[in-house]
Design a protein around this ligand. Sequence first.
Ligand SMILES: *Cc1c(COP(=O)(O)O)cnc(C)c1O
Length: 379
Amino acid sequence: MINFNVPPFTGKEFDYMKEAVERQKICGDGIFTKKCHEWLEKNTGTKKCLLTTSCTHALELSALLCEIKEGDEVIMPSYTFVSTADAFVLRGATIVFVDIRPDTMNIDENLIEAAITEKTKAIVPVHYAGVACEMDKIMEIANKYHLYVVEDAAQGIMSTYKGKPLGTFGEFGSFSFHETKNYSMGEGGALLIRDAKYIEPAEIIREKGTDRSKFFRGQVDKYTWVNFGSSYLPSELNAAYLYAQLEMAEEINQDRVAIWNRYFENLKILADKGMIELPVVPEGCVHNGHMFYIKAKDIHERTKLIDYLKENGILSVFHYIPLHSATAGMKFGRFHGTDQYTTKESERLTRLPLYFGLSLDQVDFISNKVKEFYETGIQ
Ligand SMILES: *Cc1c(COP(=O)(O)O)cnc(C)c1O
């Protein structure tokens, strides 16, 4: 059986975790967390990165830093993971969903402006499959209306838009290190902060509302409770695990992109015949091979394809059920404009296995099974 995902593992994880234990420092913000912060800051060029217990929590931290409150509106795509909305719903916001572009499955930047009201506080672009949203246009709208931009770059580490890393455009960006993402610490994430004025407030909220980060740096004699907060910092054991993978980030990235390219070359013939659609990577976007998906004609054909692959020992999976059609989505949000693509395109999409270490032979085998499905008329 070829699994859909296998969590990344490089071999050094245990050594680093052992080192953390031997240093007798396993709570947060020790040497490995610091190494991860330095790596993230160097590789994204952003002012400050803070490891968090998840991408969900990095988004929650962002919502707190944007001072989102009851009645505020936040614009995002409906085709996303629940966390994108949850983080803002927890603060009392109403979610305003707008349609996606069918080519990238990202928020349609041309529909955002019409969804803005006097209550709008933030725009939350989600970089689906590690392929960038149209950030030039989104930032232009945000600047015009003085809105925050919080990037859900959960899938976007190592990807760029016009040469600039994802997660660094908006006031805040967030990465995920969940086991399904390109680099993992089991559960974990990171907050990226663009503007230095938010660094101290972010450090305080992340550390239970205390100025403990300043205390660790020797800037204050004792730490005290200075604001509201929570506990958003991960353990050193998790950071040690992650650091082993960040050290090999380039290699993991190349491996994933090679798999992605192989799928694309193998399946292009089906796309040329109009049988399936392949992912689109717009000019100016460099992606990280986070995900390879294909689009079937409709939900019925997709179900048959998933079943056929399963019969052949391959696990392929569909993705998000649009949030606006979920019980909580109806309660906490509304869809602005018409749902031309969100539902239709989400029902056609299937993700093929893609993980660090999947061999190109396996990719060929999977591609051949997809071709078999289409070329033998089984569908
Ligand atoms: C994975 C993911 C999240 C959540 O990440 P966690 O680290 O599991 O909290 C949020 N948004 C998107 C788009 C994701 O893919």
